[in-house]
Every structure is written in C-alpha cells, then in structure tokens.
Ligand binder design. Structure first.
Ligand code: NAP
Length: 250
C-alpha cells in the first residue's frame, strides 16, 4: 500500500476508483473544495491519478475497508469501480453497513445490442471461451486478469489488447499493450489488419471503449459479449451529475 498527497485531519468522501467516472467525480468534488480520497487497487502500473488524495492497495476485505472508513472518519462512500469489479463492490456494501455510512454506487449503463449486430451474450469468461468457433481469429479486449480462461483454445488465434501485459500467455498469442480510448477508425484498422473474425468484450458500457463494438458491427463481426456479474443491491446512479446531487442531498 502507498499513499500520495498530504493527509490532513478531515476526510469526508472515499471513492473506490479505477475508472474514468471515478476520476471525473474526484475532480468535480475537488473543484468544489471537498475533501476527497480515491482508492485504487494498484493493478495498473502507471494509473491515471485523480485529483485529491490517492490511496493505493487493497483494504483486506470488507472488514478491512470498514475499519479504514472508521479510522479515517469518512462520511460517505462512493463505489465507482468498474462494473466487473464484483468483489470490491460487494465489500463496499458490507463495509458501509458495518461503518454506518451511506454508500452510493456510480456505474455506467451497459451497452445494448445495436439492431442487426451479431452479439453472442455469455455469462462469464469460461462461457466466452466455449462460444468461440474452431479456427476463430479473436481480438480479446477483457483486460489481462482473465486471459487464462482462453488458454485451452489452442485451435483459435488470439490477439489480446491490454494496458499491462499478462505474466504469461501460450505460444502464438499476440499481445498489444495500449490504453484507450480508441477511435472507430483505429478499431476498424486493427480488426482488418489482424484479420479478426470474433471480438470478445466485457459489457463495460460507456463511451471510452465503445468504438470497438461499433467497428465490429460495421464489419459484420460477431461479438462475444460477457455480461456483467450480479452485485448486491445498493443505491445506484449512472452519471457524475447524479452522484453530485446525491452527495448534496446528504
Ligand atoms: P475485484 O475483483 O472486485 O477486487 C479484488 C480486490 O482488489 C478487492 O477485494 C480489494 O482488495 C481490491 N480492490 C479492488 N478495487 C479496489 C479499489 N478501487 N481500491 C482498493 N482496493 C481495491 O476488482 P478487480 O476486478 O480486480 O478490479 C480492480 C480495480 O480495477 C478496480 O478498482 C476496478 O475499478 C478497476 N478496473 C477493473 C476492471 C475489470 O474489468 N475488472 C476494468 C477496469 C478497471 P481487498 O479485499 O484487500 O480490499
């Protein structure tokens, strides 16, 4: 764990971050003169840091997060993590309850299938790996943590685009390290240049990574779309404005 910025006495809002929305919310709260801290898991080697205080590293489960909230006297918790970061979102619900503070979840809506698009919706990475036909040339855009779900598909060719390279991949895999957003033209060029037949994506939602979906649709390519994990219930908003309004109400 590491921390940056000076830590003063009053700490009000803890944002669980790791997304563009979390960064934007931290910036908006910081601009309003509020005391905001963003927690990052520390998975990315050089994360884009938000304004305000930043804390990097896990808390040690829901109890650890609850203890941190109490020790640092946070008054609000905002879970603005990625829709696929299910563990930390569950921890947030439990920790806010233990610490007795309000929790807001800020999460962008998922993408919906454009008319005529060839989507194969699946529940998880294992199902995504199974859904690929023999001989597919696959662009994997699922991050680096779950690429191993596809290792057994030696009958397919994989090009994985990631921010940081996975520790290990089978021989023959191509790794492209790049950080979005990417334009539709860039995505069209990548899909064409690599001769991609299938795109595998998480249903992350939002505009930052949407261009690949539109590009695949434009080329008539099937998208194996991994749907979002179920999360425990929490008060939820979809936009920074709605999150600011919620914080004002409290
Ligand atoms: P996860 O499986 O839900 O969380 C695993 C553990 O990582 C948590 O139990 C917690 O450890 C720690 N953790 C996760 N997010 C944290 C945060 N914001 N601050 C401090 N600790 C955190 O999460 P994940 O899928 O590995 O994602 C990790 C981070 O990357 C998230 O913050 C997420 O917003 C971001 N991200 C994830 C994805 C994705 O597809 N999963 C995509 C883009 C960005 P302790 O139990 O020790 O507290």
């Amino acid at each position: 764990m590491s921390e940056s910025n000076d830590r003063g006495a009053a700490k009000s809002i803890l944002i669980l971050g790791g997304t563009g929305e979390a960064r934007a919310l931290a910036g908006a709260l910081f601009a309003r003169g509020l005391d905001v801290t963003t927690a990052l898991a520390g998975r990315t080697q050089s994360p884009r840091l938000p304004e305000g205080r930043v804390r990097i590293g896990g808390f040690g489960g829901a109890e650890g997060l609850a203890a941190f909230l109490a020790a640092e006297k946070f008054e609000w918790l905002v879970d603005a993590t990625h829709p696929f970061a299910a563990q930390i979102s569950a921890n947030a619900v439990a920790a806010a309850e233990i610490a007795g503070i309000p929790l807001l979840r800020l999460t962008r809506p998922g993408w919906t299938q454009p008319p005529g698009a060839a989507w194969l919706p699946v529940a998880d990475m294992a199902a995504a790996a199974t859904a690929l036909p023999h001989g597919a040339r696959v662009l994997l855009t699922i991050g680096r943590q779950e690429v191993s779900a596809f290792f057994s598909r030696s009958d397919c060719t994989f090009i994985a685009r990631v921010i940081d390279a996975p520790d290990t991949v089978p021989e023959g895999w191509k790794i492209i390290t790049a950080r979005g957003p990417f334009t539709r033209d860039e995505e069209l060029a990548l899909l064409r240049d690599e001769g991609i037949t299938h795109l595998v994506s998480k249903n992350a939602g939002g505009d930052q990574t949407r261009a690949k979906i539109d590009a695949a649709h434009a080329l008539g390519l099937p998208v194996v779309m991994v749907e979002r994990p179920a999360l425990p219930e929490a008060e939820t908003v979809a936009t920074i404005e709605a999150a600011l309004a919620w914080l004002e109400r409290h």
